[in-house]
Write a new protein. Structure first.
Length: 263
């Protein structure tokens, strides 16, 4: 596979410290022509599932051979493995803590333990492996070093899975799996599932203490300040507030149940 020359970065490091800059410095030092793309550095601290959500909805839009550096790593410095994986035509580098299977979802992954220390940085800290292991390896992979060179193939990764909605004769039961920066409540209920099971049927959507009776096309289908259910850009049912913050105004958090009940 021909490298695209692009490395994307997703972390929970924020912008107030030197961490993101240090990783970029390591990668540029190894591969001066690399193109670095910041996906997000505002992932909630240590939130593996939020990181996976952000990455899985952007990574597969990049050219073949792009390297995606994903460092949200509550277990930094522990026995958890540093890994790289080929998923589709994209390469991912990060900790073996469940993120990459969440990104891959139903796609097969060829995974490698980053055991070849010659591709690591020369100075190594137990608390900043993003700079000292993941960033250097990502840069070498982007330069064209084969995955098999950075470490040995491993049979499987630590697996986390997305919760699946349940559809039956009474309706569809799902959960809020992500809350974006606008406070939109993104569920695990695909729009296609609603179309399949609820098409031409009356229903109500229950979320927190709010009840909605329709799935709209966009935010402006309701008055400013009113809640609205719609299918968002990720193809999932979302609950938002027109020109407002649904997380705050509806008092709903990640993991909250969402029920679509037939009438």
């Amino acid at each position: 596979m021909i490298p695209s020359g692009i490395i994307t970065l997703t972390t929970d490091f924020g912008y107030r410290d030197y961490y993101v800059s240090a990783m970029k410095a390591m990668m540029i030092g190894i591969h001066p022509d690399v193109r670095l793309v910041d996906v997000s550095h505002a992932v909630p601290a240590q939130d593996i599932m939020a990181a996976a959500w952000v990455v899985k909805h952007s990574a597969f839009l990049y050219p073949s051979g792009t390297v995606h550096l994903v460092v949200v790593d509550p277990g930094v410095g522990t026995a958890r493995k540093p890994v790289a994986a080929l998923i589709g035509d994209q390469i991912f580098v990060g900790p073996d803590n469940g993120i990459l299977p969440l990104v891959a979802e139903d796609r097969p992954a060829q995974a490698y333990h980053l055991g070849n220390t010659s591709y690591w940085g020369s100075d190594r800290s137990k608390t900043f492996e993003g700079r000292d292991i993941f960033a250097p390896v990502a840069a070498h992979l982007c330069k064209g070093v084969p995955l098999a060179e950075v470490g040995d193939r491993i049979a499987e990764l630590v697996v986390y899975r997305w919760a699946r909605p349940v559809a039956d004769k009474d309706g569809i039961q799902g959960w809020v799996v992500h809350i974006d920066g606008y406070g939109n409540l993104i569920t695990n209920i695909p729009g296609d599932l609603i179309h399949l099971y609820a098409n031409n049927r009356r229903f109500k959507i229950y979320i927190g203490s709010t009840i909605l009776k329709t799935v709209s096309s966009t935010y402006a289908d309701v008055k400013t300040g009113d809640p609205v259910a719609h299918v968002g850009s990720a193809g999932m049912l979302e609950v938002a507030v027109n020109s407002g913050n649904a997380e705050v105004l509806l008092g709903v958090c990640k993991g909250a149940p969402v029920s679509l009940v037939y009438q």
